[in-house]
Design a protein around this ligand. Structure first.
Ligand code: PBG
Length: 326
């Protein structure tokens, strides 16, 4: 054969493959989610997330130092609220001395360079395990937004760099932005979970925080996975309302959405590689059915290739180590 073009030439050696790679991962792409619990020296392994822990504050600070040493620039904080503080107002969420607020202050003090993002939604504090306030069996929008605003201000006050509303209520980005402006928090950002789907892949996360909905599901606020245009509508509105970063969640089953969002906005796009996606890789690897390290890098590269500028992933630490070795 005398071929004019042989596409395999650019795949012949590791050097040329690295030279022409279109997508490369870096630890700065990762946002490391952290689950924080009360107590001292607590490391509770999440049963459905082998190798992932809920740490007390002291251990969390140590973990943040390790992440920082590996080149990871940001953490996304979630706290497990004690049953006694859960109610239907979410008021513990803006307790000045609540676990979240103490955690923000401790991390800012111990590792000042770490960019601290915080989850904003009522589910860890809700006696019903819902992201908002419940009235007559419904999750009510506008009163919930008022609570989310108080929660965001409280995180900003404690030193959060960016709040990350994950609740999917209407109008919350605009309301939070307005409140941040009015209170002179002009450097605090908003990463909006703009296209967040009602997904079964959040199961292990709800184990981690003991936050599964007590009744019903989250389909009246999170999106229907059948929909694509709706993701664009949600995202464009959040950008208009002032989101600095938008997010698609989950990631692997939603790569088409990540790409479409990427093509529709000029703000950075993040994707949340969620707990169930972590669990699937871990479970298959435990059984010896896939190579865990390869699955991690292939998954994260695919999410970035789809259009994610940032990836929130429970594999952040492992991936940073793998990148260092490669
Ligand atoms: C709740 C919240 C959830 C996740 C992040 N914030 C769960 C839910 O919506 O029920 C899921 C994260 C994951 O599964 O890793 N506001």
């Amino acid at each position: 054969m005398h071929l004019q073009r042989r596409n395999r030439i650019l795949r012949t050696t590791g050097a040329i493959r690295a030279m022409v790679a279109e997508t490369t991962l870096s630890p700065a792409d990762f946002i490391a989610p952290l689950f924080v619990d009360e107590g001292e020296e607590v490391a509770h392994e999440i049963p459905s997330m082998p190798g992932y822990y809920r740490y007390s504050l002291d251990r969390t600070v140590r973990e943040v130092k390790e992440l920082h040493a590996l080149g990871i620039r940001s953490v996304l904080l979630f706290v497990k609220a004690a049953d006694e503080v859960k109610d239907n107002t979410g008021k513990e969420a803006w307790n000045k001395d609540g676990l979240m607020q103490r955690t923000i202050r401790a991390i800012r003090e111990a590792v000042p360079e770490m960019y601290v993002m915080t989850d904003v939604a009522l589910d860890p504090y809700s006696e019903y395990g819902h992201d908002g306030i419940v009235k007559d069996g419904e999750i009510i929008n506008d009163e919930t937004v008022e609570a989310l605003v108080k929660m965001s201000l409280s995180h900003a006050e404690a030193g959060a760099h960016m709040v990350a509303p994950s609740d999917m209520m209407d109008g919350r980005i605009g309301a939070i932005r307005k409140a941040l402006e009015e209170n002179n928090f002009t450097k605090v950002g908003i990463m909006s979970y703009s296209a967040k789907y009602a997904s079964c892949f959040y199961g292990p996360f709800r184990d981690a925080l003991d936050s599964a909905p007590g009744f019903g599901d989250k389909k009246t606020y999170q999106m229907d996975y059948a929909n694509r245009r709706e993701a664009i509508r949600e995202t464009l509105l959040d950008v208009e309302e002032g989101a600095d970063i938008v997010m698609v969640k989950p990631a692997m089953a939603y790569l088409d959405i990540i790409r479409e969002v990427k093509n529709s906005v000029t703000v950075p796009v993040s994707a949340y590689h969620v707990s169930g996606e972590y669990a699937m890789i871990k479970a298959a690897a435990e059984k010896g059915w896939i190579d865990e390290n390869k699955a991690i890098l292939e998954s994260l590269t695919s999410i970035k290739r789809a259009g994610a500028d940032l990836i929130a992933t429970y594999f952040a630490k492992e991936a940073a180590k793998l990148l260092r070795e490669s």
